[in-house]
Design a protein around this ligand. Structure first.
Ligand SMILES: [Zn+2]
Ligand SMILES: [Zn+2]
Length: 454
């Protein structure tokens, strides 16, 4: 047999056989298919921790070079405005999940966002994600006590998820020690410590017997339900509207206005969905679930089952709102509080008054509508007066400082004015003071100082 020369060796056959190596570690997401499924922001921070790099460096050095669509993430506006939308329905949720799926050789990372519901919910009107990073301190503390890996469930990133149904407490968005807010993509790959002072985020200021609003509990339960069923095949707008129409046909013989009256829904909502072909927003959808008193999965099932559930008043979430009239003594206390606090300086918010009395804001609106309207009007008027007074004070201080310098024969420069304002705890970098200074400088025909921002 002829001997094979080294030139005839097939190089490809010498390469190791096996799956292609992914650029990033193929980290397993937590809780897919459950109500506590992890959010994409949390997954990304855990991924950075596995690689022992800063999440911000991972964006800058790996994700941006890998995808042209992520060029915008280089700018600081991404961290201040758009990083919060990573778990939502917007373009950054799509781009981040696509590039991470590609780099970590995964296919399921869209399920860590609201993207499976893209065919149903509207992506406009500011998006459904929370403005600030929020968490339940008790959940964080429990995970550490049980030595489970810390992570953030997807639902914590949603604006409508304001209470933890497990611990019946409000989520928080400030560090209990230093009061700082937390970035959605922090510099350090840590999920349960404050990025400013390093304090454990499971610490919490004891909540003074805060009554958790039943509507918030409903929303939290409905969002958990949505997160749980997202792993299946979420329905689109057309199918959802068809099932809702079937329900309207069964309940009020197809009369949408009568259906809205029966369940306390605004008619324009249905008119926009059916007439203008708008997609429901997440908050409108939650309102529908609350009004019908059903969880999303029952609403999506449609047909006779849904109709029966409504007739039976089936409790598939928190207990139905208790409409019984409160104790006359409580109503009297509410009325007294409104009349006394409307003369306070400053007038507190209605929510704060309600919290003090252990009732909800809605109780005030429902049981004392006239008194509440007067209270709110007085509060708004006081706020307007306060703002006008503050503007006048700033104007007087800046103009006095300019006049003093003129009398001393000095040019009212940016630095000199700023120094004088500091005596009053103000700065020329604050917008109202700056505006007054610029206006008076232009009126006096003085040249523009070098330090003055354009
Ligand atoms: Zn909790
Ligand atoms: Zn802190």
């Amino acid at each position: 047999m002829p001997r094979r020369s080294s030139k005839s060796v097939d190089v490809d056959r010498l390469r190791p056989v096996g799956p292609k190596v992914s650029r990033l570690y193929r980290l397993e997401p937590i809780g897919i298919g459950t109500a506590q499924v992890e959010g994409l922001d949390s997954y990304f921070i855990r991924l950075a921790a596995e690689h022992c790099v800063s999440p911000r460096d991972l964006v800058r050095l790996v994700l941006i070079p890998a995808s042209r669509d992520l060029a915008g993430a280089r700018f600081s506006t991404f961290h201040s405005r758009y990083a919060r939308t990573l778990c939502g329905l917007g373009p950054y949720a799509t781009r981040f999940s696509d590039v991470l799926n590609h780099l970590a050789h995964r296919e399921d990372l869209k399920q860590l966002t609201l993207l499976p519901w893209r065919g149903l919910f509207s992506t406009s009107s500011g998006g459904p994600t929370a403005r600030f990073k929020q968490w339940c301190p008790t959940c964080v503390a429990e995970r550490r006590a049980c030595r489970w890996p810390s992570y953030r469930p997807l639902v914590w990133s949603l604006a409508a998820y304001q209470v933890c149904p497990t611990h019946q407490r409000l989520l928080v968005s400030l560090c209990a020690r230093c009061g700082a807010r937390q970035s959605f993509i922090p510099s350090l790959p840590v999920l349960d410590c404050c990025e400013q002072c390093g304090a454990f985020l499971g610490l919490s200021i004891a909540q003074r017997s805060v009554t958790v609003d039943i509507n918030h509990l409903w929303d939290a339960a409905a969002l958990s339900d949505l997160a749980e069923i997202a792993a299946g095949e979420p329905i689109g707008r057309e199918e959802f509207l068809r099932k809702l129409q079937e329900l309207i046909d069964r309940r009020t013989a197809g009369n949408r206005a009568a259906f809205c009256r029966a369940y306390g829904l605004p008619l324009f909502m249905l008119k926009n969905w059916y007439g203008k072909e708008e997609n429901p927003s997440l908050s409108q959808f939650l309102r529908l679930c609350r009004a019908l008193h059903v969880m999303p999965r029952i609403l999506f099932s449609g047909g006779a089952g849904l109709s029966e559930a409504l007739v039976a008043g089936s409790v598939c979430g928190p207990a139905r709102r208790h409409n019984a009239r409160p104790d006359p003594e409580v109503i009297e206390r509410m009325r007294n509080a409104l009349s006394t606090l409307s003369k306070a300086q400053p007038i507190p918010a209605l929510v704060a008054v309600a919290k003090q009395l252990g009732v909800t804001r809605s109780s005030f609106l429902y049981w004392l509508p006239k008194e509440t309207a007067v209270f709110t009007r007085k509060r708004l008027a006081a706020q307007v007066r306060g703002r006008r007074f503050a503007r006048k004070r700033v104007e007087d201080i800046v103009l006095n400082a300019i006049e003093e310098l003129r009398q001393e024969g000095q040019y009212p420069s940016w630095r000199r004015i700023d120094q004088r304002l500091k005596r009053h705890g103000m700065s020329l970098w604050d917008m109202p003071a700056r505006t007054v200074y610029q206006k008076s400088r232009v009126e006096a025909g003085l040249p523009r100082p070098i330090e003055e921002p354009r």
